[in-house]
Structures are given as structure tokens and as C-alpha cells.
Design a protein around this ligand. Structure first.
Ligand code: URA
Length: 318
């Protein structure tokens, strides 16, 4: 119990530091509504957002100790299918924005527990990334001049995933900042320069890997994307992952971790070990922007990336 409280406090500290790092200086959160220890932990959001987590097609990720637990609810098959990256003609791809919003609302009604129960019921034991016969260009064409979430209002341009789309290594961050919004490329600001050094430290070049974000439009004031914003944009990233088929995905920071692995456990507890996304190894690590604020955490990131390097070397050798 004491240990759980300690972990919880560590998570909260980290979340607050992380949000500060993102420029969030106030939370619209009613503390009296805060859940008691033992109930599902809530994470302060920059904006009011629904507490549930959208279902992500994750398999085999070990259920962390502190997870959202909610009774299974009735889930429409359409909503579940729409969240899978495997489908050649995805519902989200061809839907009009208002239909997408309905689907997203419906999807946010679901919980991770309901999602995995439902996924199991519909698809049985899924292992391995689903096949995709899409191209990145087709996915971007679907994204189009996107107005599906409010972030489009403040963007200069949509920031697409870049790099080598045949790479065995992919990095995922949160959302573009000012520099990325201006240039139309992820991780080109200070955090991006540090990311470049991290990539070079494991013997690769930026152009050899893939780099993307959960959200493709810059949130105002660099705040954290809300859950509906992340859930609206994420399916496009999942479809890209099915096209790229990397061997390892490095999720940097809590937003990328929570959205790809469908967990609310903090990065401090999840980092440093491989997790699983459809047979792809996922290494959570600290976000480079966090390292700029706390360079002492570089040691941990280096440890995490050495594991990534060693794993990639082992699979390339076979
Ligand atoms: N931070 C991110 O998460 N993504 C970027 O592209 C830039 C900074």
C-alpha cells in the first residue's frame, strides 16, 4: 500500500513537471472530484477531457498494476473496427468529419478493459501487426486538410511523419511545437536536436529512422493534446505503423506512451522495458523536452536506447 502511494506520488510529480515543461500553468481540475486511491487514477489534462481511454489494438502488453478498470460495456463493432489499423477500407478513412466525431465519441465511451474483451471476442487471439496495403500518401490524402479536431484552428500546417518509411526503428512524440508547426516537420526544434543526438548515439542517422507524433497539429501554447484530440488523430498514426512495420517503436513521454499502449501508467514506471504492440517491441522513454529540463535523466534514456540498439542489432544479424 505504502509502495503504491509512493508510486502514485512519483507519477503525479512527474506529470506536473511534464505539464509545466509543456507550458501548462493551470489545470481545470476540481480536486474535490479527485478519485480516491484504489479507484481509477485520473491524470490532469490541460483541458477538460473524457476520462476513458480509447481502445487501441494492443496485444500482450502486461497489465500494469495501476490501470483503468471499468466494467465492460456494450461496444459497437463499427467503433471497434474503426480503431484498428489493419482494415484496408477503414471507417475513419472515408467518413465525413461529423461522422468521425460521432465515432470518436462512441469510441471514448469504451474502456481498455472493454476494448480488449471485445477485441478478443471479435478477433480471437491476434498476434502480429495486421497487413496493410496502403501507402503513406494514401493515408495523408485521407488526412487531407483536416478539420476533425479543434487543433486545426491554430495550426500553420499539418506535420506528417517523416523519415525512412522502411525503417526498423520509429520514434513517436506528442505533437508539434512552434518550430515544427512553422517547418512542417516533427522534432526540428531544441527537443528535435537532442533527439538527433540520441539517434546518432545508437549509430543511426535521423534520415534512417521514422519520426512522428500522436497529434499532427500544434496545440495552442504547446499544451498537451486532450484525449479527444489525441483519439481523433491517432488512427492515422496506427495506419502508418501498419505500413512502416518497424521492429521497434520508441514512445517518448507520457502522451505517446498512453496513446500507443492504451495505459495510464506513468513513463517513469513503464520506461526501460520493452512492451508489445501487435508484435512490435515498444520502448517507452523520457521525452527529449523533459531531458532539456532535467538533463540528469539522460542516463536513463541512454540505458533505454542501448536496449533498443542491442535488440535491433540482434534481429538484423538473423
Ligand atoms: N515535441 C513533440 O512531441 N513532437 C515534436 O514534433 C516536437 C516536440
Amino acid at each position: 500500500m505504502i509502495e503504491e502511494v509512493r508510486n502514485l506520488v512519483a507519477d503525479v510529480r512527474e506529470q506536473v513537471a511534464y505539464l509545466q515543461e509543456l507550458g501548462v500553468d493551470s489545470f481545470d481540475v476540481a480536486l474535490t472530484d479527485a478519485p480516491l486511491i484504489g479507484s481509477a487514477p485520473e491524470r490532469p489534462q490541460a483541458q477538460v477531457a473524457p476520462p476513458q481511454v480509447i481502445p487501441t489494438p494492443i496485444v500482450k502488453a502486461p497489465p500494469p498494476k495501476i490501470e483503468i478498470e471499468a466494467p465492460p460495456r456494450k461496444v459497437s463493432a463499427g467503433a471497434r473496427l474503426a480503431s484498428l489499423p489493419s482494415l484496408k477500407k477503414r471507417a475513419t478513412a472515408s467518413l465525413k468529419p461529423e461522422t468521425v466525431n460521432t465515432a470518436v465519441n462512441e469510441m471514448t465511451e469504451m474502456t481498455s478493459a472493454a476494448a480488449s474483451a471485445n477485441e478478443q471476442a471479435i478477433f480471437g487471439d491476434i498476434s502480429g501487426l495486421p497487413d496493410s496495403n496502403e501507402t503513406m500518401e494514401q493515408i495523408w490524402a485521407d488526412i487531407g486538410n483536416c478539420t476533425r479536431c479543434p487543433l486545426h484552428e491554430g495550426r500553420t500546417q499539418i506535420v506528417q511523419t517523416v523519415g525512412n518509411y522502411q525503417s526498423d526503428l520509429m520514434f513517436i512524440g506528442e505533437a508539434p511545437g512552434a518550430d515544427e508547426d512553422a517547418k512542417g516537420e516533427p522534432f526540428v526544434g531544441r527537443a528535435g536536436q537532442l533527439l538527433n543526438k540520441i539517434i546518432e548515439a545508437i549509430g543511426m542517422k535521423r534520415e534512417e529512422v521514422c519520426i512522428g507524433n500522436i497529434n499532427r497539429c500544434r496545440p495552442p501554447g504547446n499544451r498537451q493534446p486532450t484525449l479527444p484530440e489525441a483519439h481523433t488523430c491517432k488512427p492515422f498514426l496506427l495506419r502508418e505503423i501498419a505500413v512502416i512495420r518497424p521492429k521497434v517503436i520508441v514512445v517518448m513521454g507520457n502522451t505517446a506512451l498512453h496513446n500507443l499502449l492504451d495505459t495510464k501508467v506513468g513513463i517513469t514506471r513503464m520506461r526501460g522495458q520493452f512492451h508489445d504492440y501487435y508484435g512490435v517491441k515498444v520502448m517507452p522513454t523520457f521525452h527529449p523536452a523533459y531531458l532539456l529540463r532535467d538533463p540528469s535523466k539522460k542516463r536513463e534514456v541512454w540505458d533505454d536506447l542501448k536496449k533498443v540498439r542491442d535488440y535491433l542489432e540482434s534481429v538484423r544479424a538473423t
